[in-house]
Design a binder for this molecule. Structure first.
Ligand code: FE
Length: 216
C-alpha cells in the first residue's frame, strides 16, 4: 500500500468545543464532514484518548468552530497538542464566546460555528465517529477564508500529532521533511519539531527565513 496516496485527501481545520463537569473543553479536529443536507447532519471523529471525546459523549453536544486562515498557531498548538486532563486550555488572554448551551467558541480566528447534538456514534479502533445534527449556526462578519489542513501544514508549517487521522507518515517511514527551498537543507529536528521553531528561526546553512521551507 502506497501510504502517500493519503496525503491527497483534503480536510478542514476545526476546534471542537464541549463541556465536562461544568467546564469548557476542546480539541482540534480535521475530520468534520457534512453528510446530509436536510436536516444538516455532520460526521466527526475524535480519538478515544482525547478528553474532549468523553465530554462530547457525556454532554451529547459539540460546537464545531471553523478555523480561519488568520487563526493563530498558538490556538492550534494549545488545543491540538495538549490535553485538558493536565492543561487548562482556556487559561490566558484569549477571548471566548459561549453558545446558549455553554459550549466554547473562539471569539476570533474563525469563519463561523455550528452547534450540534449527537444522534449516533460508532466506535472505531482508535476513535469515536460521531453523527451529529446541527441545530444552531452562525457565520461571522469580516471572516476570511477557512483554514484547510493543507494550508495549515504547507503555509503555516504546522505539525500533526501522531494520533491524528490522515497525513501521519513519520519521517522515519518516508513521511514529510522540512526542506529549505533556497539551499536544499533538510531540517534534522535538532532544535525540536519544525512547527515549534520561533518565527525568526533561520536556515542554519544559508540563513533563509523559516517561511521558505517546504514540506517534502
Ligand atoms: Fe537554506
Amino acid at each position: 500500500m502506497d501510504k502517500s496516496a493519503f496525503l491527497d485527501l483534503t480536510y478542514g481545520m476545526y476546534l471542537l468545543g464541549s463541556k465536562k463537569d461544568g467546564k469548557p473543553v476542546g480539541c482540534i479536529a480535521n475530520t468534520v464532514v457534512q453528510v446530509n443536507h436536510d436536516p444538516a447532519i455532520l460526521t466527526l471523529s475524535v480519538n478515544h484518548d482525547n478528553y474532549t471525546c468523553a465530554a462530547i459523549k457525556e454532554s451529547g453536544l459539540v460546537a464545531v468552530s471553523i478555523l480561519a486562515q488568520g487563526s493563530d498557531m498558538d490556538l492550534v498548538q494549545t488545543f491540538g497538542f495538549k490535553s485538558s486532563r493536565d492543561t487548562d486550555k482556556f487559561a490566558g488572554d484569549r477571548e471566548w464566546l459561549f453558545t446558549a448551551d455553554d459550549l466554547p467558541v473562539p471569539a476570533e480566528g474563525i469563519c463561523g460555528w455550528l452547534e450540534c447534538k449527537i444522534i449516533d456514534s460508532i466506535e472505531l479502533p482508535s476513535a469515536t465517529l460521531f453523527v451529529v445534527e446541527v441545530f444552531e449556526a452562525e457565520r461571522l462578519d469580516g471572516r476570511i477564508s477557512p483554514m484547510s489542513y493543507a494550508y495549515y501544514q504547507m503555509a503555516m508549517k504546522g505539525g500533526v500529532p501522531a494520533k491524528a487521522p490522515g497525513h501521519t507518515i513519520p519521517a522515519a517511514e518516508g513521511g514529510p521533511k522540512y526542506v529549505c527551498s533556497v539551499c536544499g537543507y533538510v531540517y534534522d529536528e535538532s532544535d525540536g519539531p519544525f512547527e515549534f521553531l520561533p518565527q525568526d528561526w533561520k536556515c542554519p546553512q544559508c540563513g533563509a527565513p523559516k517561511n521558505v521551507f517546504v514540506i517534502k
